[in-house]
Design a protein around this ligand. Structure first.
Ligand SMILES: Nc1ncnc2c1ncn2[C@@H]1O[C@H](COP(=O)(O)OP(=O)(O)OP(=O)(O)O)[C@@H](O)[C@H]1O
Length: 253
């Protein structure tokens, strides 16, 4: 199971005050590509799905494993290896400045000056050294996003979950982030509405109304998703793994 993120009949149900609402229905999936894009409409369940892999979504039934380790009975161990970049970086930056936030991720470096220098180096590598000691509240949305990513990467996770990482970024920073993600050694799972970023991934899946609707090579899944966005989504939900035929490149369903 090494290198695989897996769910088995994962179901997430929440109390809304007046009723119980199932956000994810019975999702069974295995992610082994270096990069996977998670696509779906607003409110389809992408963030809830992503958060299964670091134990932030509360399971009502089913199971989730990361590299063979059960997430929900080993949450501390799993979180050491699974980083999550929130869609709202302000919720992630918990220290007063970006430098202090990155330093918090570098607690294994015991010497304070060395830790500080390492944090500044990491921010410099993201083009953020000039904002390192400013209040995080004064950073722009994109700068916060890059600062939060710097902090998450500083702990060197094996898996990186990214929740809509390009939403706040201008084109230049989007291109920078895309280039950065290409070079990362981590297994990446990226929830996104940015189809250019999704196309950069090997694999993609579609979550629709809390159900896994499609999984397969990114290009094919993106084309299917575009078609459903324009012409309507299929019902009833039947997960269909797309496979490319060896002989003619046709999609087999
Ligand atoms: N704790 C909760 N209590 C009640 N409803 C919730 C809770 N968490 C999520 N939801 C609802 O579940 C649905 C899926 O939410 P989720 O954030 O996973 O969607 P998403 O696909 O990431 O959406 P978006 O693309 O808009 O960010 C939404 O309708 C959301 O309002």
């Amino acid at each position: 199971m090494d290198g695989v993120l897996a769910t088995r009949n994962a179901t997430v149900t929440v109390e809304t005050g007046t009723e119980q609402r199932t956000i994810l229905h019975d999702i069974t999936v295995s992610l082994s590509s270096p990069t996977t894009a998670v696509l779906g409409l607003n409110g389809s369940g992408k963030s809830t799905f992503l958060r299964l892999f670091n134990g932030l979504s509360e399971l009502s039934s089913g199971g989730v494993t990361v590299h063979g380790v059960d997430v929900y009975t080993n949450i501390r161990a799993v979180r050491q290896h699974v980083g999550l970049l929130f869609s709202d970086p302000q919720a992630q930056l918990i220290m007063p400045t970006a430098a202090e936030d990155v330093e918090l991720s570098l607690q294994h470096i015991k010497d304070r000056d060395t830790r500080r220098a390492a944090a500044l180096d990491a921010l410099r590598a993201r083009g953020l050294e000039h904002r390192a000691t400013d209040s995080v509240f004064s950073l722009s949305g994109g700068e916060k996003q890059l600062a939060a990513l710097t902090s998450v990467l500083a702990v060197e996770p094996r898996v990186l979950l990214l929740d809509e990482p390009t939403t706040l970024l201008d084109l230049r920073n989007r291109l920078r982030l895309s280039a950065l993600l290409k070079d990362l050694p981590q297994q990446l799972v990226i929830s996104t509405h940015d189809l250019e970023l999704a196309a950069q991934c090997e694999e993609a899946l579609v979550i629709h109304e809390g159900r896994l609707l499609e999984q397969g090579p990114a290009g094919q899944v993106i084309d299917a998703y575009k078609g459903w966005c324009a012409g309507g989504f299929p019902k009833p939900w039947q997960p269909r793994a797309l496979e490319v035929s060896d002989t003619d490149g046709q999609v087999d369903e």
